[in-house]
Design a protein around this ligand. Structure first.
Ligand code: SF4
Length: 479
């Protein structure tokens, strides 16, 4: 069968502008199907468009496909639905399957645009779905044993009319683990991959590194959400990588706990890891507790010293707009990021990803005031902050970048350009937010959210009235 996987392109935002890395799910499923004898192409829309809106034309690869799989995040799901609708309108005989974190959390919504939805990990079930052995409208993919997954076949990536998309990647995508033992309130990783941390056999990961090296890659990004959560296996892999002595530099995501282990840091440096992407999140202790982060401001500062002493860089990721955040704590967070000498930093707004506890809470408390999924990318305010007005918080986020990246003229220019581009491409949202803030709508929504919060506090405080309270809250939410 001819199968095409699509990764819809995101609307512009501050972060995606910087990265061109493909989602791994499509590549894994594609590799599995190719090994089973199917003809497969993976279209990452940043490299090769799947659908041309203005001409209402699908790419020839999509036109010839028997099955199209579309994997989207919340931020890209509107584009995914547009592509799925175009396929169904123009060639209704093509089967459309949707997957990814958003469809996994809201399968009913995705089913309005697709024949089938894969909830969870698609690699163990994709062959049965494509070959017609699994025909349920929603198929749940259980977490696979990572050692059974094949090494990624990057030649599946289409790039331009004749090219091989992988040639346009400068950084190799590699995965050594899935899942995370923590459960931060805003994070979708444990909903998607579970809290049981799974690690691939170090030999298999090393084999994949060698393969990427032979293909000409000299840089990689390990997609792991928490690279060193299993210290023993991580160290085993790092020692093997050091023994290989390849000219191969890489980076990955870590939790701050990695900094407690000097041996691990030393191995990382010797294995040519250059940057640790770490969720530092906040300088506000209560916000860290609210996010369920297993770290304190002191442990962050200490950890940063250790990491820097080991000769490694940190890309600090902060999430601003928690319930106890004020304009002052937001400013302090930026000062802190500079003081602890993060090499680079990312300041996201707290936003509720469907499927997370934060999303459920915010929905129940009626604090979501933007329902356009395209704005769910961490650069737009979409929920009512408790102690800052939304428009002020949005301005603070942009200001955070200005303040953080003013240490050299190159950084100054790059950050101003990024902000300007964001501002130009988000004019509609900007006007909406300004109007929301100044027209009195903010006060109405805030008053309603307060009323619901009070109601649920009362029902929690009075168990005898618990049932009544819950019903009242539920009714209010649904109405
Ligand atoms: S530590 Fe990182 S990956 Fe793990 S749950 Fe928290 S935010 Fe998600």
């Amino acid at each position: 069968m001819r199968v095409v996987f699509i990764e819809p392109k995101p609307p512009f935002n501050l972060y995606y502008f910087l990265g061109q890395l493909p989602l791994l799910g499509n590549l894994y499923m594609g590799t599995i199907l190719k090994e089973a004898g199917h003809e497969v192409h993976v279209l990452k829309e940043n490299l090769h468009a799947a659908y041309y809106d203005r001409r209402d034309r699908l790419d020839p690869l999509v036109q010839q496909a028997d099955v199209v799989g579309i994997t989207a995040t919340t931020h890209t799901v509107k584009r995914a639905y547009r592509i799925a609708d175009a396929i169904k309108r123009r060639q209704p005989y093509t089967r459309v399957i949707m997957g990814g974190s958003h469809a996994s959390a809201l399968p009913e919504e995705a089913l309005e645009h697709a024949d089938q939805v894969v909830a969870g990990e698609g690699d163990p079930v994709i062959r049965d779905i494509v070959e017609g052995r699994k025909t349920d409208r929603v198929v749940t993919g259980m977490p696979p044993d990572l050692d059974t997954l094949p090494a990624l076949d990057l030649s599946l990536l289409a790039g331009g009319p004749r090219g091989n998309g992988s040639k346009r990647l400068s950084i190799a995508p590699i995965m050594a683990s899935r899942g995370c033992p923590y459960d931060c309130v805003f994070c979708s990783v444990t909903r998607m991959f579970g809290r049981r941390y799974r690690v691939r056999a170090p030999e298999l990961v090393l084999e994949e590194v060698r393969r990427r090296y032979r293909e000409g890659f000299r840089q990689a990004f390990f997609y792991d959400d928490n690279f060193a959560a299993n210290r023993r296996k991580t160290k085993q892999f790092l020692r093997m990588l050091i023994d290989e002595d390849l000219d191969f530099r890489w980076s990955s995501q870590f939790s701050m706990q990695a900094a407690d282990d000097p041996e691990l840091l030393e191995l990382l440096r010797r294995a040519k890891c250059h940057t640790l992407f770490i969720g530092l999140e906040s300088v506000n202790p209560q916000t860290l507790r609210d996010y369920r982060k297993h770290q304190t401001v002191k442990s962050i500062a200490e950890g940063m010293k250790q990491i820097r002493a080991a000769g490694l860089k940190v890309h600090g990721m902060f999430v601003l707009g928690g319930d106890t955040d004020t304009e002052e704590t937001v400013n302090h967070t930026v000062d802190f990021a500079r003081r602890i000498r993060c090499h680079t930093a990312q300041f996201s707004v707290l936003f509720p990803i469907p499927g997370t506890q934060l999303y459920q809470d915010m929905q129940r408390r009626r604090r979501i005031f933007v329902d356009d999924w395209e704005a769910y990318d961490g650069s737009h305010v979409v929920i009512l902050p408790e102690r800052i007005r939304p428009f002020r918080l949005q301005k603070q986020i942009l200001r955070a970048y200005k303040r953080f990246f003013n240490t050299s003229w190159q950084r100054w220019v790059a950050s101003r350009l990024g902000i300007l581009l964001w501002w130009f491409t988000n004019q509609k949202y900007w006007r909406f937010l300004k109007h929301f803030d100044r027209s009195g709508r903010y006060d109405k929504v805030k008053a309603e959210a307060k009323r619901i919060a009070k109601q649920s506090t009362q029902s929690e405080a009075s168990p005898a009235q618990g049932d009544t309270g819950e019903t009242a809250t539920g009714t209010a939410t649904a109405s």
